[in-house]
Design a protein around this ligand. Sequence first.
Ligand SMILES: Cc1cc2nc3c(=O)[nH]c(=O)nc-3n(C[C@H](O)[C@H](O)[C@H](O)COP(=O)(O)OP(=O)(O)OC[C@H]3O[C@@H](n4cnc5c(N)ncnc54)[C@H](O)[C@@H]3O)c2cc1C
Length: 372
Amino acid sequence: MKKYDIVIIGAGCSGLSLAHRLLDTNINICILESGNRENRIRKTWSYWDIHQHPFAKLEYNSLSDIYCINNSFPIKLNCESHNYRSIDSRQFDKHMFDKISLSKNIDIVFDICVDEIIAGTKYIQIKSNNIIYEAKEVYDSRPDNIRASMYQVFLGYYINAIPPIDKVMPKLMDFTQDNEFSFYYVLPFKDNSCLVEYTFFTPTVHSSEELKSNLDSYIKDAIGQYKLIRSEYGVIPMSPNLPEQDHVKNVYKIGIRSGATRASTGYTFLNIQKQSEFFAKKIQGIHSTNPLLTFKAKILRKMDGILLRIIRNEPEEAKNIIFKMFTLNNDQTIIRFLSDIPSIFDILRIIINMPKIIFIKYAIKSLINRKI
Ligand SMILES: Cc1cc2nc3c(=O)[nH]c(=O)nc-3n(C[C@H](O)[C@H](O)[C@H](O)COP(=O)(O)OP(=O)(O)OC[C@H]3O[C@@H](n4cnc5c(N)ncnc54)[C@H](O)[C@@H]3O)c2cc1C
């Protein structure tokens, strides 16, 4: 039986981000990952450069403006002071696996699927088939299989345009094509390749097959003929309510499992970084505030609950609300709001600029029933 101070379950973004903060400390850590070291799911994490974190040197793309588009016109979001940046999870994995192999205090075990966590008097037991690990604290990033009322479902194609084109317009949300609450996301990279994603906010999980033909026609219309480099498909549960704490003492949820995803946008990367800082400090006995439990985080969750209800019941209205948010608020306010770092004034400005009747109607519904 192997004993550690800490076991981290899952070597994904949250597990490795927490491990990074604890490298070369006197805390013995074991990361248990069900997947294989080589066949890792490859993702691109994008966010506004508004919160410092240790992975900034891995950023390989940086945009100083990005657009939101509906049927009437494009609105530019000026990101000059907080560029829209991207990290390739393959580079992130390599960086972290190299660091862990050089570290004296962190072990990582692949191909081990944790299926049970059992409370003990001094140590918690983490079980996988016949193997048992013991730890004083456990940080668990396994996806929760609880059914959510809404999901963000997306299919992304990494493409090269044929023939190559100089400039593709970066689009955060292009609402021009569909009736439901769906949009296209276009992220051009420096090497002339491009990520084009078709995203749905939906109560039913669409398969990647169902999204393929629309994505293909959109790319052909917006960019032209293309060569597919690789694709990514994602399903992110979106709930404005934080999941319940684990029933075993000293077992903490991290990452998406902990509610780190911003329910109305799907952005998670920066919240994972803030959460990792918080837990790393806690583990080392330094007091700080859990970023998911602050007053502002609670207000944002309430607002997300209202917006998700509108998206679910009145998708066309929801598109107008989002488009208006981009039209009526200043760029800094929008970036801080979408990055979960708004000031109270930013929140007030966003609320004041919302269409009043629909916002109040769904705010009242949210007060009566917490479920979307
Ligand atoms: C395709 C895609 C693109 C995204 N793009 C963005 C973006 O641009 N910006 C943004 O902010 N967010 C983005 N996200 C959301 C979020 O940032 C990522 O999903 C992020 O990887 C979540 O980290 P995590 O640690 O919570 O989960 P994961 O990275 O999924 O890590 C969980 C780990 O646990 C392992 N595991 C599961 N079960 C077990 C078990 N029983 N035992 C042991 N290990 C187990 C898994 O194999 C996995 O490695 C994206 C998500 C997806 C799917």
